[in-house]
Write a protein that binds this ligand. Structure first.
Ligand SMILES: O=C(O)C1=C[C@@H](OP(=O)(O)O)[C@@H](O)[C@H](O)C1
Ligand SMILES: C=C(OP(=O)(O)O)C(=O)O
Length: 448
């Protein structure tokens, strides 16, 4: 939904020890895909653990507009009666993807090879984000797109009536672009090939195989070569969405920096394309035990026991790890502020085209909290002040960005003086129970 209601300021104060179990909601990436792939299957897909955040709700509405039947039966329990590959009907109205880059880019890919036209828009944040990275490869199928200057929304996409399959090497490490091309390839005859130099989250590949598509991933010197055979009949599935490791990052990092904390965070994905933050935290000296490794919803997961870690050290984060922790740099930069020494994050320019320019938002907010930060186009460097050393006492601007809002609220739980955010409402896009979950652990979080 692009209508943004009133700003909701929120304040976090230095909190007592966090204790208890942090059961975070379903994975956002997998939730979007469960609805979209379900809409491409013939018959009823049953989803449990669906994230009921606004981003995913907007994708559910979009799937209805394209002709799928989408119904909610209980919290997290949804069904999708799909229309089959190539079965989308033309929506009668504009598709509003709200705040969600994943939603709009994957849906554009899905309709791009059907003979229909759709117009997409989103909120003020999404309307600033580049869509050319998706419409450029879609044009190879024969799709046409007409947006605002710089390839921005609102944008009308005219699907290819007679699509051809494509071979496309990703110029940017992006699972959204990879997925958009694969989804378009579903309704192109023959084989569509996507080549990614650096591995990005692989949920689309795993789930397409689960839904019955013929998809092969070869690891070669040029990177992953993903070959999809077009026009499969996708079979409906039962999808159990695992918890979101990107949401789990917030209680995990809060427990590391709030004195005396000791919490459990169950079911955190250990998928190598998603677990970069957790590797990095361990390298910084975080006290995290990975218990009970197992599989849940097709993903490797573990239960995390996380304790206050007073001896965190700054590190240089390996640049090649960026795709596996791309959404976690904002909260990592907060942990870095409570570490001894300097944390260097290179190869992070993609953060500038997320819901906000996350390098700028973190740098300005941390500076206002008394932390020394350096940045250039592709780098963020945080000079840590050690456990309990962050002065705080600032109001951070969140720029319609849920991860910036949650990062500064976590920072405020451990800083000397309270930290407020100007608008916490974007948190509802990805982690609607954040406030209740964190206060339940003992965080001092209040509206206003
Ligand atoms: O495919 C996905 O589900 C996502 C891919 C990433 O975006 P990019 O593809 O822009 O890197 C990530 O930041 C986003 O939160 C979710
Ligand atoms: C970047 C994100 O999401 P999206 O691109 O889907 O808006 C995110 O959730 O951090």
């Amino acid at each position: 939904m692009s209508g943004h209601g009133e700003a909701q300021p929120m304040t976090a104060r230095k909190s007592g020890p966090l204790k208890g179990v942090a059961e975070v909601p379903g994975d956002k990436s997998i939730s979007h895909r469960a609805l979209i792939f379900g809409a491409m299957a013939v018959g009823e897909t049953h989803v449990t653990g669906l994230l009921e955040g606004q981003d995913v709700l907007d994708t559910a509405s979009a799937m209805r507009a394209f002709g799928a039947e989408v119904a909610r039966h209980a919290p997290g329990e949804w069904t999708v009666n799909g229309v089959g590959v190539g079965g989308f009907r033309e929506p009668a109205d504009v598709i509003d993807c709200g705040n969600s880059g994943t939603g709009v880019r994957l849906i554009m890919g899905t309709m791009a090879t059907s003979p229909i036209t759709a117009t997409f828009t989103g909120d003020a944040s999404l309307r600033k984000r580049p869509m050319g990275r998706v419409t450029d490869p879609l044009s190879l199928f024969g799709t046409r797109a007409f947006g605002r200057q710089g390839g921005r929304l609102p944008m009308t996409v005219v699907g290819a009536a007679d699509p051809v399959p494509v071979r496309y090497a990703l110029p940017v490490a992006s699972a959204q672009v990879k997925s958009a091309v694969l989804l378009a390839g579903l309704n192109a005859p023959g084989q569509t090939v996507v080549i990614e130099k650096e591995p990005t989250r692989d949920h689309s590949e795993r789930m397409l195989i689960g839904f019955g598509a013929e998809l092969v991933v070869e690891k070669t010197a040029e990177g992953n070569v993903i070959t999809l055979t077009g026009r499969p009949e996708l079979r409906p599935q039962r999808v159990a969405v695992p918890r979101d490791p990107s949401s789990a990052a917030f209680p995990t990092c809060a427990a590391l920096i709030v004195e005396g904390s000791d919490i459990m965070v169950p079911g955190v994905s250990q998928n190598l394309t998603r677990n970069g933050l957790y590797l990095t935290l361990v390298e910084m000296g975080a006290e995290i035990e990975f218990q009970n490794p197992r599989e849940e919803g097709g993903e490797p997961v573990a239960d995390l026991r996380v304790k206050f870690s007073p001896n965190l050290k700054g590190i240089e984060v390996p640049e090649e790890r960026a795709p596996s922790m791309i959404d976690e740099y904002p909260i990592l930069s907060v942990v870095a502020a409570f570490a001894e020494g300097t944390t260097v994050m290179r190869g992070v320019k993609e953060l500038r085209v997320k819901e906000s320019d996350r390098i700028d938002a973190m740098a300005r907010g941390l500076e206002a909290c008394g932390v020394r930060v350096e940045e250039d186009e592709d780098t963020l460097i945080v000079h840590g002040l050690g456990a309990g050393g962050v002065p705080g006492g600032a109001v951070a601007k969140t720029h319609l960005d849920h991860r910036i809002a949650m990062s500064f609220l976590v920072c405020g739980m451990a800083a000397k003086t309270a930290i407020s955010v100007d608008d916490a409402s974007p948190i509802l896009t990805s982690f609607p129970i954040f406030e209740g979950l964190m206060t339940g652990l003992g965080a001092d979080l209040a509206r206003g």
